[in-house]
Design a protein around this ligand. Structure first.
Ligand SMILES: [Zn+2]
Length: 116
């Protein structure tokens, strides 16, 4: 259990900042990814620098939010869920070892089943 209720995350250049509440809903250590409910991540700074682009993984259309100044990818979102890297979660100082994997979220974001 983490005792960080809120954490602040920034892109590489600091132009865009997010307030992160709680912990990811699910993680995948093999893919190095974490999934959050969209409501857990709130933009607090730099809306003008945020660039929205669409990305397709197979048939899954994802929305990528990145910083226009430094190019950092901050969030990949779909249907109320946000995908981030695990490295990003660890940089927030969150303890992630106790969290579980979600096959449904992994597939929603267009990732293959393990072993495929
Ligand atoms: Zn930036």
């Amino acid at each position: 259990m983490s005792n960080n209720l809120y954490a602040r995350a920034e892109c590489g250049c600091g132009a865009v900042a997010l307030l992160v509440a709680g912990e990811p809903e699910a993680i995948d250590t093999r893919l190095g990814l974490a999934w959050w409910p969209e409501t857990a991540l709130q933009l607090t700074q730099g809306a003008d620098w945020l660039e929205l682009t669409d990305e397709w993984r197979g048939e899954h259309r994802l929305r990528v939010e990145s910083c226009r100044r430094c190019g950092d990818r901050l969030m990949v979102s779909r249907d109320g869920w946000v995908e981030t890297t695990l490295e990003w979660v660890e940089r927030l100082g969150l303890e992630v070892s106790s969290l579980s994997t979600s096959q449904a979220l992994r597939e929603d974001f267009g990732h293959e089943r393990p072993g495929d």
